[in-house]
Every structure is written in structure tokens, then in C-alpha cells.
Design a protein around this ligand. Structure first.
Ligand SMILES: [Fe+2]
Ligand SMILES: [Fe+2]
Length: 337
């Protein structure tokens, strides 16, 4: 069993200067002039061991979460989260990733410090943030496990831990949505996670106020292909809706308004399998779920390479024999505009 050390400072996750192969009509990062390579990972579910729950925790949803963790095998499936996160950092640096997308579920059952521990392991911990270290830019949105109960909603621990990946253009001072211009693209972050008091209820929601701001924000963005990032998917890998207690609320409304927002791609987490879903008559845009980066045997994450309207998705799978990520699949596709 690995003895975790979440508190020691991890060096900053810096931009790399590695050489990458040239691609036709490639889009470059404006600051580094390296080919734009965005990493996308999700559903880390780091568990801080030996945390003592209070009686009120046991009487809340966290009591159910403990049963799920220790009696139904969830803790076992994520037992390698710590070394995999450490390897994820090294792999992203080696591959000269110049922007990061994290689509949520840093934590597990809302134990204080879960999100900060993940941020520290990724090199964007408090000390690096406070010291104004040059950190690799990114975008992060919370998942339902980062809003496990109303305590996490109120404390905004996710937003504090990932504050350096929450910079962008907003409507007034509202946290969500926000938009980042990366190369010729807009990454639009939407919070679709909210607490649900019933233990088996894992539904998400983009509340109406945030949805109105999303419409307003999209009407203000200048030219650029738009990519929405949120925790919840629109569809499962087979194109069907998620199960009722795992899906986004008010999905009909989302689907009705989506075409008017000119969004070409929906990046998400929540489903722990990595998958690419092309647009079809019931789905007006491409959706990509990066799967869980740390769940045993499913452990994978994505890179996206950009060439004008064309993108390439690379799926990297963790190989426990060599303790590193290896390229498993490449999917080139054209973004609908
Ligand atoms: Fe998850
Ligand atoms: Fe989730």
C-alpha cells in the first residue's frame, strides 16, 4: 500500500519545451508557438485515507458513500489513483501539453482537502498558486462528487483548489459559465454538478440562471470554434440517454437551445469509459467523454490536436506493467460548424 503524502509541495506543472512533430495547418499555442495540444482527463476520485467521519456525516449521504467505498468495492477500484496522478503529470510534461481540461470528480465523498490534494498532485497546489509560479493553463469544472453534499457546494473547495484553471470571460462576477480563448477556439466551462440528498441520486443540473448566462455569454464571444466543457454527458456511448438518476436534469431544454449556441463539441466526464460519439439526427454536435483516468483497467485520458476545423483525438491508456500511459487509439474528425 502506498503511503500518500498529499501535503508536501509538488513542483509546478510547467509548460514543456519538448519538440512535437509538425502537422499540416496545425494550430499553435500563441505563447509557446508549440502545436496546440490539449489534455483532457476526468473522474479522479482521490480518496484521503483514514479520515474520520463525524456522526452527522454518517447520517448524511456520506454514510452511504462509505458503504459504497468499503463494502461495494469503489475504494478498491481507485486504489492506484495517487501513483497514476503522479504519472499523469509526467506524461503531460513529456508530451508538451500546453492546455489542460479537467471535467470534474476530483474527490470521492466530500472529505475536506480532497480537491486540494488533487490540485497539489497536479502541481497547482496552494503554495504554487500563492507563489505565482508559472503554471500550465487549464480549465476545470466540478463533478457531482465535488458537490457531494451542500457543505461542498457552500465551501466551494473545488473552486479554491482549481482557481488557476478557472480564469476566463464571465457574465458580471458569476463563477459559471466562463470562456477561455485557446488558439482559435473557445473553451466554455459550464457547471452541471449539484448536491443531491438522496444517496442513489447522481443527477446533474445547469440551473436556469446559469443557462441564461450561457446564452448571453455565447452571444458575446467573437469568432472561434466553440467547445463546451462540463461534467455531465448528453448521451451514453451507445447514443442512448443516461439512466434517470445519472443524467442531466432538463435535458430537453438543453437540447432545444444547443443549436443556437453554435457549439461544435461537448467534452465531459461522469461516464467512466472513454468514448467518442459523432453527431447524428438526435445529436447536433460531437460529444467526447474522457473516461476515468484512475479507475482500474479503465484508466485513460485524451489529447486533442487541432488543425483548423479538423481535430485529432488521441486516447492514452495506463499500462500498469510499465507504469506509464501509452497511445491506444487515434480518432481524426472534422468539427461541425
Ligand atoms: Fe465519476
Ligand atoms: Fe460523476
Amino acid at each position: 500500500m502506498i503511503s500518500p503524502d498529499f501535503s508536501s509541495m509538488n513542483p509546478p506543472l510547467n509548460r514543456s519545451s519538448n519538440d512535437q512533430p509538425e502537422l499540416a495547418n496545425e494550430v499553435s499555442d500563441s505563447q509557446t508557438n508549440l502545436p496546440l495540444r490539449i489534455a483532457h482527463f476526468s473522474d479522479i476520485h482521490l480518496l484521503i485515507p483514514n479520515h474520520r467521519c463525524s456522526l452527522s456525516d454518517y447520517l448524511s449521504k456520506k454514510g452511504w458513500g462509505r458503504i459504497n467505498l468499503h463494502c461495494l468495492g469503489r475504494a478498491y477500484r481507485f486504489r492506484f489513483a495517487l501513483p497514476i496522478l503522479q504519472q499523469l503529470r509526467k506524461h503531460m510534461e513529456k508530451m508538451a501539453v500546453n492546455h489542460i481540461v479537467f471535467s470534474g470528480d476530483a474527490g470521492t465523498i466530500g472529505i475536506p482537502g480532497e480537491c486540494e490534494a488533487v490540485a497539489n498532485l497536479l502541481g497547482i497546489g496552494k503554495e504554487n498558486r500563492d507563489n505565482n509560479a508559472t503554471l500550465i493553463p487549464g480549465l476545470a469544472v466540478p463533478g457531482n462528487h465535488d458537490r457531494y453534499t451542500w457543505r461542498e457546494e457552500k465551501s466551494q473547495e473545488f473552486e479554491q483548489a482549481f482557481s488557476c484553471w478557472q480564469k476566463g470571460e464571465r457574465i458580471d462576477n458569476h463563477r459559471y459559465p466562463f470562456a477561455q480563448k485557446v488558439g482559435n477556439y473557445w473553451l466554455i466551462a459550464v457547471n452541471s454538478a449539484r448536491p443531491n440528498p438522496i444517496p442513489f441520486d447522481a443527477r446533474g443540473e445547469i440551473d436556469s440562471a446559469q443557462f441564461d448566462r450561457l446564452i448571453q455569454l455565447c452571444s458575446q464571444l467573437n469568432d472561434g470554434i466553440r467547445i463546451l466543457v462540463t461534467h455531465y454527458p448528453l448521451r451514453r456511448p451507445n447514443g442512448q440517454l443516461e439512466g434517470y438518476f445519472r443524467r442531466l436534469r432538463h435535458l430537453d431544454q438543453v437540447m432545444r437551445v444547443l443549436p443556437s449556441l453554435n457549439i461544435s463539441l461537448w467534452l465531459h466526464g461522469h461516464i467512466h469509459h472513454s468514448f467518442f460519439l459523432d453527431k447524428h439526427p438526435d445529436l447536433p454536435l460531437i460529444t467526447i467523454g474522457s473516461g476515468s483516468v484512475t479507475q482500474e483497467y479503465r484508466w485513460s485520458y485524451h489529447h486533442y490536436l487541432f488543425h483548423d476545423q479538423h481535430m485529432t483525438m488521441e486516447r492514452y491508456h495506463y499500462d500498469p506493467v510499465i507504469s506509464d500511459f501509452v497511445l491506444q487509439e487515434t480518432i481524426p474528425f472534422r468539427l461541425p460548424v
